[in-house]
Ligand binder design. Sequence first.
Ligand SMILES: *Cc1c(COP(=O)(O)O)cnc(C)c1O
Length: 492
Amino acid sequence: MQYVSTRAAASAAASSTQQFSDILLGGLAADGGLFLPTAYPQVTGDELNAWRELSYADLAFQILKKFATDIPEADLRALTAKTYTKEVYKNTRAGEKASQITPLRVLEERADGSKLVLQALSNGPTLAFKDMAMQLLGNLFEYALAKQDEQLNIFGATSGDTGSAAEYAMRGKQGVRVFMLSPHKKMSAFQTAQMFSLQDPNIYNIALEGVFDDAQDMVKAVSNDLEFKRRYKIGTVNSINWARVVAQVVYYFRGYLSATTSNEQKVSFTVPSGNFGNICAGHIARMMGLPIDKLVAATNENDVLDEFFRTGVYRVRKSAETYHTSSPSMDISKASNFERFIYDLVGRDGDRTRALFQKVESHGGFDLSGKPGSDGDEFKLVAKYGFKSGKSTHADRLDTIRDVADDYGIVIDTHTADGIKVAREYLEPGVTMIVLETALAAKFNETILEALGQDAERPAGFENIEDLPQKFVVMPVDVQKLKDYIAANTGL
Ligand SMILES: *Cc1c(COP(=O)(O)O)cnc(C)c1O
């Protein structure tokens, strides 16, 4: 399996491909594009039938081996077996089996044959779906670095979910250190405790005396210093990493296969969306031949994606137009994985894709509506890819959290509430709608308290997390100080 950049010029595309292991440790392609396979591997009906009874780890192996053809199969099987265990994904609720890794729960079944189903993706160590991919990434990184006798220093900024998922995936891993910036005293007590209570010597928490935007600017400043990056072997684990996307493809297959008994049955997915990483994996599963009917992107007030799927206009937001909401992991100004879908939408034309995303840089967006003066008319093809969308507000979240607690007796988190709200708008006779649960309610307790007047339940082991000793350094917004700190702690 070869990979190509979404911005590769037609003349260079054939000669510039790379293998899975080449792109595993990197982020963007050298030309600024994102990596995709030169063609999506296809899955047959017979394969799907054979996969229905597989364990999650075995299913992950079957899917990953189609993408990571340069990793020996025995190694890949060992990596997936080590990652997808009931000990890692143990934070189940009553009625869920940990061994299923992403258990389904039928919320409602109507007389017309429509069903509303929740797929739990948040039973991993940090109680958010990012563990699904990040745990595999930790094991893949350790494996790849050991092979090359290399080390990697992961550096990033987080406002909550990504940083903790990365730290829990990389803790104790040979050859990897994590330097994670977070805004000092700006994360919830729970999120702070989750990250800062890690005592592993390869985890470095840096609390920045500033806001999240300052932290992101610091990451950019360090990333732009190529000499520093090379010398100190700095890498990232952000959501554009291809291995993260491909690991997420697996749970769409698991959800479909668990919800059906034959491949004639129709299933749609609703996905709480921010950076388009999660739903991009759904798009890839569908392109591989998984019989997904609709892929519904659910956004909060930061509705960049909903706007595109309604109008064909992609318009990134300025900082002042990016809202801080009660589903904060979806508070994005642009959707960093969206380029992967646009590349497919414009017929896998790297020159076109490059021009469109250069326009995002220069003019803040592009327009594929086909109207006079627009940049193209491919919006008319969106339906062919199954995409739909919707959005919700803080008031909707409160209502949905209450409704779901009253009607089905479970407490969902704010992001999942955005998903359920939008999913209900797309229920169809005879079709199962699976909503991806992207976090557990305990992570966003403030809003649960507001909606229900009581605290969200915490999984076992998290009861007193705020009381554990914390390990972190506080730092001013000063790029040189940060570089000195990293340099002093890399051992290089
Ligand atoms: C990251 C995250 C999302 C958004 O996922 P994308 O891949 O960025 O679309 C939604 N919900 C939760 C809880 C998250 O942590």
